[in-house]
Design a protein around this ligand. Structure first.
Ligand code: A3P
Length: 294
């Protein structure tokens, strides 16, 4: 655990996109050239869209819903975060990923155009989890307050303009989502919405399992779905980052609310109107829509 007064090293811009210092430019450069395998499974998200949820679901599916096995290792060992490090003596995560036996499960926040060159050739199965941007923004703001590596924004009003401009880690929500959405029909890509997982986790997990080619054993589906609910994941030390050094545990927990529509508790009327207009302008013609509440 890092000291409470730990100051993160300054963010930087990689090809115009704001990034954390813990992912330096040479790491992004090296990832472009890394080895990708056909039987990899990639979990891609814009930050705070349900990455951890997508990772846990994927891990459960690929392990055939063997929950004892799933609970025997922390999530980041089962589904490593690709673009992390090097951190002190710890090598960059992509180097560790290169050593893993197949089938590898890999989690990334990379925008489409920064995916490794071989990913476009080998076309491994890739899940993209998207979440309505208002809830994503609120979740992202809270995260800046508990994550040691992020610049902290004290109030949501401080964070909101940065999110709107796309001057946040991994850049614009609009650019990221639009590009992955354009590729939603590619045979190796499955585009899933956080809100649909909230509405019907069981149905979405069955769909994902079939897409991955690891269909869930019928007698284990109920337990597998239960294992991936918010309440269960929040309590599961192998999925809740309870021991993670990047979180200031005095300030909050990784699993915060896990709801659809919490933005209503944070957006002012003016912010909401501005955001609705922006969404119309940026996403016009894409056909990408979200549930803003359930
Ligand atoms: P909130 O901050 O709105 O609670 P990421 O993993 O991309 O960082 O996303 C984190 C968000 O996903 C957090 O949202 C977290 O609570 C939520 N989340 C994680 N696991 C979840 C689950 N099983 N069900 C619903 N939401 C979940």
């Amino acid at each position: 655990t890092l000291p409470d007064d730990f100051k993160p090293p300054p963010d930087h811009y990689y090809k115009g996109i704001r990034m954390l210092a813990i992912t330096p430019a040479p790491t992004f450069d090296a990832i472009l050239e890394m080895e990708v395998r056909e039987d990899d499974i990639w979990v891609v998200t814009y930050p705070k869209a349900g990455t951890t949820w997508g990772q846990e679901v994927t891990s459960v599916i690929v392990e055939g819903a063997d929950l004892e096995k799933v609970k025997s290792k922390p999530l980041l060992q089962r589904v490593p975060y690709l673009e992390l490090g090097p951190l002190g003596p710890q090598p960059a995560s992509y180097k560790m990923v290169e050593e893993l036996p197949s089938p590898r499960l890999i989690r990334t926040h990379l925008p489409y155009h920064l995916m490794p060159k071989q990913w476009f050739e080998k076309k491994p199965k890739t899940l993209y989890v998207a979440r309505n941007p208002k809830d994503t923004a609120v979740s992202g703001w809270h995260f800046t307050k508990i994550n040691h590596f992020f610049v902290t924004y004290e109030t949501f009003s401080d964070f909101f303009p940065k999110f709107v401009e796309g001057d946040v880690i991994y850049g614009s929500w609009f650019d990221h989502n639009k590009k992955w959405w354009e590729h939603r029909h590619d045979p190796n890509i499955m585009f899933v919405k956080f809100e649909d997982m909230k509405k019907d986790l069981r149905g979405e997990m069955i769909r994902m399992a079939d897409f991955y080619g690891y269909p869930l054993p019928v007698d284990k589906i109920d337990a597998a779905v239960e294992h991936c609910t918010f309440d269960k994941m929040k309590k599961n030390p192998m999925a809740n980052y309870s021991g993670a050094h990047f979180i200031n545990h005095k300030k909050g927990q990784f699993h915060r609310k896990g709801e659809v529509g919490d933005w209503k508790n944070h957006f002012s009327v003016a912010q909401n109107e501005l955001f609705d207009e922006l969404y119309q302008e940026k996403m016009r013609g894409t056909g990408l829509t979200f549930d803003w509440e359930l």
